[in-house]
Design a protein around this ligand. Structure first.
Ligand SMILES: [Zn+2]
Ligand SMILES: [Zn+2]
Ligand SMILES: [Zn+2]
Length: 469
């Protein structure tokens, strides 16, 4: 009988003696590289212990496995897992159902997860990983799926860790095979992966040392926490950092309004609800009109230009003072979504374009400062308001002294309550030490809202005040 890779047919006189188990100790497969059926141990095997393989079409709760086993072999499965006492079996069945649900979630909608809802997909894989024991045969697929999520989003540091783990599993379970060769080729040149860097949202360098990333973060974060991107809750009372892409995506990562799912939203009872607050910043480039429609051109922090088509806010754009032409502006849009517009042109041509659709005027605010300066202001807020390893940094440009906050008493600006002065500068009794411009911007209600909102807890939509900022 001829065996080929696409059909996998053959009679293997020795391997066919190996029985099925729902928790097998071996993995068997046709190895086209060496032209034979191979069986590799998935764990240490005791003397006289029976070798077993997983040979069913379906996995799941015991009843399903039994049906599948009887269909194939005419008798019920009597493996270790199927022989569990009722109580333990119920627990195991529960776990199997959870695993199946999680697996379905990972691959639903034609595997679009890695690109369109990577955070949820990786979280799901993490949940799966926590339900698998050390010798589970699901690890190969798990690490493979996780490595895909990472590489699609340019997270090469994570990809490397997942891929190496996947490769190690393959070497153990498949031995010298094409699959292992492919792993090695990919490790040497990840750009051969078909999904390589489709999005840049999680960009990391391939040679990043993960242990370096862990240092300096607050609290106990293990390598596994980092690897699976486990949620670290925002520290209450800490001012928000506008460079956190999780809450401040660039245009590329803003979801479509008709998206099946996204990392920013959840669908409960067919109603889409934000999972957290999010906001898009754009540097103002110009205002235009096309066939009577006003649109605004913006550029995000990645340099990507995009348009906001927004009839309801037209008046607001026009009221901006000073007029758009004389200054630099940053436009902040809360809960933005992309919409595909179709415009009928006069000559019967149809124009299609994707733009941000703003439907509620209270979700837009215009700050009279360039996006670059807006983000630099954000950086100063964190530099002068936060303690790092017990040290504060004095805000005065000519000082910038770092002082231990437990040994010296600094002074907080009594207008914005954000910037700290060092003990020496307090004595100089200057008026503002060049802080006034920042202080004024930081005390405007909408800026305070952006800095102080609990971004990870969504209860109601946040709104901007309708006055200028
Ligand atoms: Zn069984
Ligand atoms: Zn201040
Ligand atoms: Zn100072």
């Amino acid at each position: 009988m001829k065996v080929n890779e696409s059909q996998h047919r053959g009679v293997f006189l020795e391997a066919c003696l190996i029985r099925h188990s729902c928790a097998p100790n071996c993995y068997g497969m046709w190895n086209s590289k060496i032209g034979g059926y191979t069986v590799h141990a998935l764990r240490d095997i005791e003397k006289n212990e029976e070798l077993t393989l997983f040979l069913l079409e379906f996995d799941g709760p015991r009843a399903n496995r039994q049906r599948s086993h009887i269909d194939k072999y005419g008798v019920a499965c009597e493996c270790q897992v199927c022989s569990l006492p009722t109580e333990e079996n119920l627990t195991n069945d529960e776990k199997m159902k959870e695993i199946n649900t999680l697996q379905r979630f990972v691959t639903r909608h034609d595997n679009k997860g890695p690109q369109l809802w990577p955070e949820k997909t990786l979280h799901c894989l993490d949940q799966l990983a926590q339900r698998c024991n050390q010798f589970d045969r699901r690890w190969a697929r798990l690490y493979w799926e996780a490595s895909n999520v990472a590489i699609v989003n340019s997270d090469l540091a994570r990809w490397r860790v997942f891929h190496v783990r996947y490769m190690r599993y393959c070497i153990n379970a498949y031995g010298d095979s094409k699959r292992v060769d492919n792993c090695r080729t990919l490790l040497a040149d990840p750009s051969r992966h078909p999904g390589y860097c489709t999005s840049t949202r999680w960009k990391t360098a391939i040679n990043t040392d993960p242990t370096q990333l862990l240092e300096g973060t607050t609290g106990e974060r293990s390598l596994e926490d980092w690897l699976w991107r486990r949620e670290k809750p925002l520290i209450p009372g800490k001012l928000m950092n506008f460079r956190e892409r999780k809450y401040f995506p660039t245009f590329a990562d803003v979801p479509m309004d008709n998206a099946l799912d996204s990392d920013l939203t959840d669908i409960t009872n067919s109603v889409k609800q934000p999972r957290r607050h999010w906001c898009l910043f754009g540097h103002f480039l110009g205002i235009g009109e096309d066939d009577g429609q006003t649109y605004i051109k913006l550029r995000d922090d990645d340099g990507q230009q995009f348009t906001v088509a927004s009839p309801p806010v037209e008046d607001q754009w026009r009221q901006v003072d000073p007029p758009w032409t004389t200054g630099e502006y940053t436009v902040a849009i809360l809960y933005p979504e992309k919409h595909k517009f179709e415009v009928e042109k006069k000559d019967d041509q149809k124009l299609e374009f994707i733009a941000i659709n703003v439907t509620d005027v209270k979700r837009v605010q215009i700050f009279p400062i360039s996006l670059q300066k807006f983000l630099e202001l954000n950086d100063r807020v964190h530099q002068f308001s936060e303690e790092k390893d017990g040290f504060r940094t004095c805000w005065v440009a000519t000082c910038r002294k770092k002082y231990s906050s437990s040994h010296f008493e600094g002074e907080l600006c009594l207008k914005c309550y954000m910037y700290w002065l060092c003990p020496d500068c307090i004595l100089l009794a200057e008026d503002d030490f060049g802080h006034e411009a920042d202080c004024k911007r930081l005390t405007k209600p909408d800026m305070l809202m952006l800095l102080r909102l609990k971004w990870d807890e969504f209860r109601n939509h946040a709104t901007f005040s309708l006055t200028g900022s």
